[in-house]
Design a binder for this molecule. Sequence first.
Ligand SMILES: NC(=O)c1ccc[n+]([C@@H]2O[C@H](COP(=O)([O-])OP(=O)(O)OC[C@H]3O[C@@H](n4cnc5c(N)ncnc54)[C@H](O)[C@@H]3O)[C@@H](O)[C@H]2O)c1
Ligand SMILES: O=C(O)C[C@H](O)C(=O)O
Ligand SMILES: [Mg+2]
Length: 535
Amino acid sequence: MQKRCLAILEDGTLNKSVSFSKEEREKLGLRGLLPYSVETQDTQVQRVMDGIRRKGFDIERYILLSSLQERDERLFYKVAIDHIEEIMPLIYTPTVGQASKEFSHIFRSPKGFYITPDDKGDIETILENWPENDIRIIVITDGQRILGLGDLGANGMGIPIGKLALYTACAGIPPHQALPVMLDVGTNNEELLSDPLYLGYPHKRLEGQAYLELVEEFVQAVQKKYPRALIQFEDFLTPNAYGLLNTYRDRILSFNDDIQGTAAVALAGVYASSRITGRSFVDSKVMFLGAGSAATGIADLMVAAFVNEGLSLEEARKRLWFVDSEGLVVASRTDLRSHNLPYAHEAIQSNFIDAIDSVQPHILIGATGAPGTFTQEVIERMSVLNEHPVIFALSNPTSKAECTAEQAYTWSNGKAIFSSGSPFGNVNYNGKVFRPGQGNNAYIFPGLGLGAIIANASIIPDELFLVAAKTLAQLVTDENLQEGALYPRLTEIRRLSIEIAIAVAEKAYKMKIARDEKPSNLKKYIEEYIYHPNY
Ligand SMILES: NC(=O)c1ccc[n+]([C@@H]2O[C@H](COP(=O)([O-])OP(=O)(O)OC[C@H]3O[C@@H](n4cnc5c(N)ncnc54)[C@H](O)[C@@H]3O)[C@@H](O)[C@H]2O)c1
Ligand SMILES: O=C(O)C[C@H](O)C(=O)O
Ligand SMILES: [Mg+2]
């Protein structure tokens, strides 16, 4: 039955507030419930932007936007799409980091789906409580490694909510087809456990077999109710991130964004950097600071890319070097995890600076969660070794970046080609304005996910990440590079995501992993599928 009167204004998917026309007000029983003026959606966008700009703190802006998302979904997405450069840092990194830390304190009304160990055996049943029947994309976290902020338990729900808002804003996934999931298995964060307002399962983390069984039960429930849904694993602690990736990558439509999405965005940036440095990718030597899931994910995709260009596996791996909190990753070390072993070269263990001197990398990629680790000495060494050192400070949020954009440009005398996981504003150095690109998986996952959904792929093999990386790199313009950015402007993100989606879907059809027939006009099909927030 069609909703009427207040029920319409209280339904965020139907509400358009003062944009209801006089005729609609008459027909829907809204006369008397709204002020006189009938406004366009653009005028409402203006009012929201004024409200955002009037606030003193980003966390208040986050709360305002979160309430808007509930109250008037289309207006929320219209604001996000039309002002993406201003809004993305408020609904995503860095503000989503702070919002996650404070989640239990700023909580107003629930969004998304929660699973705890108490739900064991019932997940299929409780999933029936979710009102939508056609979920296409799920972002799930267990909150144990939220950005570089550590174990935030159930407070980590901010991340799936934020990632899915980007799926809609950046790639047009219809919001009712997206499901944020918190796998709340407890937290080992004592501060949260002793916080009387903490909303999560107030116990130490479930681990081992019981944990894996809960994930498996969830995956099976999803397969049953939402067999087309793509599951994106997000912000799991590295051992679980790899464990779950290895369990599910060849079995279901899924990927780990921190390992694989990050890999594609970094590889795209590295490809684009060749056009400035003049050094081809295949001749590049890369040093990673940090040897966790993000850095190793990048290296693994780079190996696949090198091998595609004709190198042997061994030659490929030899171009990639890691330094972690214990120093250079070398074969003689006994503390390494299995994902490090392919990159544990025969060399003498050393500290970071000595490793730079001995390896002489062209590209430096930080994924440590440890701020300030790209010191002046590090940037200066890289600048002595390279005319244009390529520097990625990927750790999020901004407070965890290995260095700031300003430091990278200043310490390299304006020579660095710099990208960061969280946004930095333009930097004026010696009269030249640099626009640092944002090396964040947000350039990849929306388009990749859209492509996988469109093809209804059965799995997401590395080839799909490679094609996404190549497509993104090709979309970087000379103008972007002249500004100093290895990535296009975010204002282009919807167009970029569609290009990535087309390339990914095409590849899926070619590899015969698509479960749906290829439409006669793929681009038109995608354009008809995607969500537009206009009233
Ligand atoms: N930009 C992006 O798109 C993106 C994507 C994924 C992850 N990240 C960021 O990457 C960071 C790391 O994530 P992860 O999942 O790889 O974490 P992780 O815990 O798996 O890895 C961290 C690594 O950094 C090393 N490390 C820590 N402190 C160090 C120090 N002072 N010196 C040298 N090495 C140090 C650790 O030894 C470990 O190898 C996080 O801050 C996350 O936000 C960014
Ligand atoms: O969430 C982000 O901004 C990127 C990435 O997935 C991360 O975990 O840091
Ligand atoms: Mg992440």
